[in-house]
Design a protein around this ligand. Structure first.
Ligand SMILES: [Zn+2]
Length: 508
C-alpha cells in the first residue's frame, strides 16, 4: 500500500530539520513498510498523486509512543484485587487475586496500548512460576504477534530474596507456626532456575532468528540486583553479549533496596553492578529512584540508559526520581508505564505530563528537562533503549512507518495561541483519547478510533470469560498473619540516615 499521511503538523523528530523537526501542513509518504519521503503536503501530493491520503489539517502526525517499561498486564493489579501498599508489601495480598489467561490478558494490554498510540513496548515478563514459564511466554509472544505491536520481549529471572531483602534474617523473626507456611509458600523462585532459563534463552533466540516475528526482539530482564546472585548476573551478561540481546533490570526502585545494598555490601547497588561489569550500553535501568549523585554519574559514564516510571513510583510509594539530575549527567532517558499507571489507564501523554510536572522543584534557579526532551523520552529515545532505533522511530526516509495521528480538535479548542509549539501543547493538553490512527511498519492497525486487526468486543468478551474467580480464601494462608511482620521489618529500615535530596518543601 501507498499512503500519504497528512497533518497540520508533522512532528518528524528529525533534529536537523530545525524548528524542532516540525513541518507545517506536512505529510509522510509511506510505501509498503517504509517512509520514503517527508515534506510539505502540497509537494508530496504532486509527487505521489495516487497514494491514499490519511489525515487532514485536523490531525497532528507524530512517531508512535514507546512504553519502555511495562509487564504486559492488560488488567491492573488493582482490578485483579491486589493489595494497595508500598512496593515491597503489595504482593502479599490476604485476598487472593483473580486468575487470568496470559494470552488474552496480554492481547487486551496491547489493544489498550494501540488505542493510546503506543507502537512499541518492552514486555518485561512476570512469570507465574517455573512450571508454566515457557507456555506463558509463548502465549504472550503470540499475543504481541496477533496485535501487530513492536515488542522487545524480556525473559525474567530471579534466584534469591524471594520474600524480602534478606530472607534468612526475616524468617528467623517469625513465630514458628508462621515460619513453616511462609517458607513453604515463598521460599521457591517464581521463575525458571538458571540452567533452564539459559536453555530457554537459547531455544527462543534461535526460534526468533530463524522463523521469528519481524516485530519482536528478545531481551533479558533479570528482576533486579537484590533478586539475582552475582553468578547469575555474570551469566546473563555473557548471554547478552553472545546473542546480542538487550538487557533491562529494575534498579533502586525503592529506598529499602538502597538500604539493603549499603547494609549488606557496604556499597550502592550501582557500584555493586559496576564491580560485576554489568553496566553496559546494552543495559537499561528501570526506575532508578534512589540513585545517588555518584551512581548517576557512573551510569551516565558507562552509557547505560534509564526508564522513568513516575506514576508507578508514586502509586507504589517508591518516591520521585531526580529526573533533572539524570538529564544533566547525560543519561539516555525513556518513559514507561510499568503496568501500574496513575489512573489505571495506559496514557503515555499523561505520563509525559507527569514527568514534566514532577520535576518542577520550587525556585527559578532549578534546571529542568525541556519539554521537547520529555517528548523524545516518550518516543524516539524509547526506540533507542529498546533496540529498534535503526528500524523505526523518527519520521524520516529509510525508517519503517511507525506513526500515529492525533485529532487536534480537543487540544486546540476553542483557541490555542498559534505560537505555542505543538510538542508543548501535546505534553500539557494531550490525552490518549486524542489518538485517532496508528500505523506500525506501514500497516494500519487503528483508524478513526477503530481497530483493524483486533476486535474490541470479542477481546472484552474472551477476557471476561477467562477471568477465573479467585481461589477460595484459605483460612490458613499466611499473608494476613505475615503483614504485620513485614511492616515491622521494613519500618525498622526507615531509620536509614540517607537524607532525601529531592525536596518539595520544608516543615521547619
Ligand atoms: Zn516494573
Amino acid at each position: 500500500m501507498e499512503y500519504l499521511v497528512r497533518g497540520q503538523f508533522v512532528l518528524t523528530m528529525q533534529q536537523h530539520l530545525g524548528a524542532d523537526g516540525i513541518i507545517r501542513d506536512g505529510a509522510v509518504y509511506v510505501s509498503g513498510k517504509n517512509i520514503i519521503e517527508v515534506g510539505p503536503y502540497k509537494d508530496l501530493k504532486a509527487a505521489y498523486p495516487t497514494a491514499a491520503v490519511i489525515g487532514s489539517p485536523r490531525f497532528w502526525v507524530m512517531p508512535g509512543f514507546v512504553n519502555a517499561h511495562q509487564h504486559g498486564k492488560g488488567l491492573t493489579n488493582f482490578q485483579l484485587g491486589g493489595l494497595d501498599d508500598c512496593f515491597e508489601i503489595s504482593r502479599f495480598s490476604p485476598e487472593p487475586l483473580a486468575s487470568i489467561d496470559p494470552y488474552i490478558d496480554t492481547l487486551y494490554g496491547c489493544m489498550r496500548m494501540i488505542e493510546s498510540g503506543v507502537t512499541t513496548c518492552i514486555h518485561y515478563n512476570s512469570s507465574r512460576g517455573p512450571s508454566s514459564y515457557e507456555t506463558d511466554v509463548r502465549d504472550r509472544m503470540r499475543a504481541y504477534r496477533d496485535s501487530g505491536m513492536r515488542v522487545s520481549f524480556g525473559l525474567d529471572i530471579r534466584n534469591r530474596n524471594h520474600l524480602v531483602y534478606g530472607d534468612e534474617q526475616f524468617i528467623k523473626t517469625l513465630p514458628s507456626r508462621l515460619k513453616e507456611t511462609v517458607v513453604e509458600k515463598y521460599s521457591r523462585s517464581r521463575t525458571l532456575a538458571p540452567d533452564d532459563y539459559f536453555s530457554l534463552v537459547k531455544k527462543l533466540s534461535n526460534d526468533v532468528r530463524e522463523n521469528g516475528q519481524e516485530r519482536l526482539k528478545l531481551f533479558l530482564t533479570p528482576a533486579g540486583p537484590q533478586w539475582c546472585t552475582e553468578d547469575l548476573l555474570r551469566a546473563i551478561r555473557r548471554a547478552s553479549d553472545e546473542r546480542d540481546l538487550g538487557l533491562q533490570m529494575h534498579v533502586l526502585e525503592t529506598k529499602y533496596q538502597r538500604s539493603y545494598f549499603s547494609s549488606v555490601y557496604g556499597k550502592t547497588a550501582i557500584e555493586w553492578l559496576n564491580d560485576l561489569d554489568f553496566l553496559t550500553p546494552r543495559l537499561t535501568l528501570a526506575h532508578g529512584v534512589w540513585l545517588n549523585r555518584n551512581d548517576i554519574q557512573l551510569v551516565a559514564n558507562k552509557g547505560s540508559a534509564l526508564v522513568h516510571n513516575p506514576s508507578s513510583n508514586l502509586r507504589l510509594r517508591s518516591g520521585m526520581a531526580p529526573l533533572p539530575l539524570f538529564y544533566k549527567a547525560g543519561m539516555t532517558l525513556a518513559v514507561g508505564l510499568d503496568s501500574s499507571p496513575l489512573n489505571d489507564d495506559s496514557d503515555m501523554l499523561q505520563e509525559a505530563r507527569l514527568s514534566a510536572n514532577l520535576q518542577r522543584v520550587p525556585g527559578a534557579g532549578s534546571g529542568l528537562v525541556p519539554l521537547k526532551e520529555i517528548f523524545r523520552m516518550a518516543t524516539i529515545n524509547g526506540m533507542k533503549v529498546l533496540g529498534w532505533a535503526e528500524i523505526a522511530g523518527a519520521l524520516e526516509p529509510g525508517k519503517q512507518a511507525d506513526l500515529i495521528l492525533l485529532d487536534s480538535r480537543r487540544l486546540s479548542a476553542p483557541y490555542l495561541a498559534p505560537h505555542q509549539n505543538p510538542i508543548d501543547a501535546l505534553i500539557y493538553r494531550g490525552k490518549a483519547d486524542d489518538v485517532d490512527t496508528v500505523m506500525i511498519g506501514g500497516e494500519l492497525l487503528y483508524q478513526g478510533k477503530k481497530h483493524i486487526r483486533l476486535d474490541r468486543k470479542s477481546i472484552h468478551k474472551k477476557l471476561k470469560e477467562s477471568i477465573g474467580p479467585p481461589s477460595p480464601r484459605k483460612s490458613e494462608g499466611p499473608e494476613a498473619d505475615l503483614l504485620p511482620h513485614l511492616h515491622r521489618f521494613f519500618a525498622s529500615w526507615d531509620q536509614d540516615p540517607a537524607v532525601p535530596f529531592y525536596k518539595f518543601n520544608s516543615v521547619e
